[in-house]
Design a protein around this ligand. Structure first.
Ligand code: FMN
Length: 187
């Protein structure tokens, strides 16, 4: 698939199944992520790959976090949290490692990581894989951050679920340039 087709046709896929991406595909995904635009080449990203028993362990962490947040949480909600990471055979946790820099504020570092995530999603699509970027309250939970080994200056920017497509790909509506693009000429 050519680059423009991948960029303009990519869709997220929520229903994913095994097998997960193979080692070569995983390397291609990260090579794509590492080509994100990155002011001052700070490389403000770090990624965790989670599969198999790691996904089950993360489900336990999500449940602990849910219980910690709300001691009255229902068993049903706890079970849902436990199952959450197992919605795909591979999860990549995208982490922003925010550093102090005279010219590059934190927001630019977060944007660089986000651009890397987008590159990864596009690469997954081009490889015939399915992927979706998720966050939700677990992405911003201190207990989850601690269990994943994040430092004080790190933030989860996304849980990227990856696998093989297990549904029909959606057909997003075409957006009109006239709705989103205006020429500004200084008048
Ligand atoms: C920062 C960020 C966080 C997101 N979090 C979630 C999420 O937690 N759950 C979800 O279903 N979609 C989430 N999405 C949206 C999906 O990734 C996806 O973009 C959306 O379903 C639209 O599909 P499309 O990418 O095919 O247009 C998030 C997107 C972004 C950019």
């Amino acid at each position: 698939m050519d680059a423009l087709s991948a960029i303009s046709q990519r869709v997220s896929v929520a229903q994913l199944t095994g097998p997960g991406p193979n080692q070569e595909q995983v390397e291609q995904l990260f090579k794509a992520a590492f080509r994100a635009p990155d002011h001052a080449w700070m490389r403000p990203w770090r990624y965790l790959t989670i599969k198999d028993k790691g996904l089950a362990a993360l489900g336990d962490v999500f449940a602990q976090a849910g219980l910690h947040k709300d001691p009255e949480i229902t068993t049903e909600k706890l079970e849902k949290l436990k199952r959450m990471p197992q919605r795909a055979p591979l999860m990549i946790v995208a982490i922003a490692n925010i550093q102090t820099h005279a010219k590059v504020p934190a927001v630019e570092q977060r944007m660089a990581v986000a651009a890397g995530i987008q590159n990864m999603l596009t690469a997954a699509y081009a490889l015939g894989l399915g992927a979706i970027w998720r966050t939700g309250e677990m992405a911003y939970d201190d207990l989850v951050a601690g269990a994943l080994g994040l430092s004080e200056n790190e933030e989860v920017l996304g849980f990227i679920y990856l696998g093989h497509v297990n549904c029909k790909l959606k057909q997003p509506p075409e957006l009109l340039l006239s709705d989103f693009v205006q020429e500004w000429n200084g008048d």
